[in-house]
Design a protein around this ligand. Sequence first.
Ligand code: HEC
Length: 455
Amino acid sequence: MSWKTVALVGFLVGTVAMAPSMRATAQEGSATAIVTFNKDVLPILQKNCQTCHRPGEVAPMSLLTYQEVRPWAKAIKGAVVSRTMPPWFADPAYGHFTNDMRLSDADIKTLVAWIDGSASEGNAKDKPAPVTFVEGWGLEPEMVIEMPQDIHLKATGTINYQNILVKVNFPEDRWVVAADLRPGNAQVVHHMRANIRPPGSAFMKGAVPGVAYDTADPVNGPGNDLDLLGKFNPGLGAQDFSRYESAKFVPKGSDVVFNMHYTATGKETTDRSRLALVFAKHPPKLRYFVNVGPQALNLVIPAGDRNAQIVSEMTVTADTQLVYMQPHMHVRGKDYEVRLFFPSGESKTIFKAKWDFNWQQGVDLDKPIPLPAGTRIVGIAHFNNSAENKSNPDPTKVVLWGPQNWDEMQNCFMGFLVDPGMKDPTKLFKVSGPSLLPKGTFGPTLATLSLTAQQ
Ligand code: HEC
């Protein structure tokens, strides 16, 4: 860099006291102003980070002010360049999602330019007003369902996923157009879901309402008839199901099951979370229905395998539309792909994501995908059952399907738009292909797909 460039940049910004960032700016090949916290960085953090990184929320540190952010500059660079933050796992090469949290390349460049440059605060008059976050409901609740008692949480260590039954016993059939979940204690609630348990379900049949049961507890029982009502991820806010003149259905006599991922905070504490609902004024044109998707109940993951492929499949028996996907695996999961095989013979990958057991993220498709009757929905997952996987409880074990964290699962919750008159939407789907095979010594893998594809 020549002294001439420095002089020019210095002239443009009206000061020569910030040599390091001028150097960075000059290397970028631009003579624009120095990147400062107040002008350039804070707006990015407000929009993309502060929903989680503020006092009382789930992230480990607050990123509201210069004083709070400056010591984390290096860690922030690492996190944004590697795209571990904001947490988002879907591969942008496949599909577009309305809840995509990724930073733009330009924002990453700005953050890095600031960190590698002056990392200065800049001019106070450039500072945007602080963001006011919605602390209450993100909707006008017509009904609030609260856990009936405090859930006690230990100070340290892993807290397994917990299910908590709330006896709501809905007095009549209801159509829900919006839902919002609020943690009682945002510091401990990493994320949560509220499921509809229809009347007559075997799920949590003997469970005491309000008591937190490990999801691996035998009392849970089979949960294939549950429908997802709402979810909470930090920053997600209220969910609107009316986008397609649609609504979620809650049959008369249903109860609600909260599914909680708590993280220990270093001190014993409690939580009592709540769900708020808004009901439809008119019956909807479409029902928004979530089911468990393709499942590999027959999965076998060999001991020590660092890239075990497991494939599952279900077939759509009548025309429908896909709007939501949320893969599910346990601690050995690496990645998950959804591939559609249309009756026309065409196939297409519509979703691919890395897997992180902690986050259990779902994606909302920006446009529904029409699935003609006969479409095969195939889930393709990889697992790391080797010692390289730091979360692996036992690399010497052959792993089968099961509810414990040391067992595995392979499925993908999916949201569909279906005819609201349909009595039992689970009948829309039938188990097919690799998911029908008896348990082998590994797999089922993609190789079995062509063998099982005759129809
Ligand atoms: C959806 C919530 C959420 C959002 C949005 C988010 N973070 Fe985080 N962040 C977390 C949580 C929770 C952790 C703790 C680790 C974990 O659970 O993955 C974390 C950890 C981090 C860490 C690592 C801290 C350490 O101990 O080394 C950095 C750095 C970070 N976040 C920066 C950012 C930045 C910068 C943004 C915005 C561009 C951002 N995060 C957006 C929730 C979030």
